[in-house]
Design a protein. Structure first.
Length: 53
């Protein structure tokens, strides 16, 4: 993989992890797709397929 792509991937990963942590601090659920289904990770770490209020 070209060096620039690796660098861009590292920068993107750092930004995503920072945004996820900020969401947890603010009490906002993080949204993911696992096995084709939408799931939410609540600030306490619980993963659910039920959309939080």
């Amino acid at each position: 993989m070209p060096e620039i792509v690796e660098k861009m991937t590292r920068i993107g990963n750092l930004a995503v992890h920072a945004a996820q942590e900020e969401n947890r601090r603010k009490g906002i659920a993080n949204v993911y797709v696992l096995n084709g289904k939408i799931v939410w990770q609540l600030p306490d770490g619980t993963v659910t397929s039920v959309r939080p209020a």
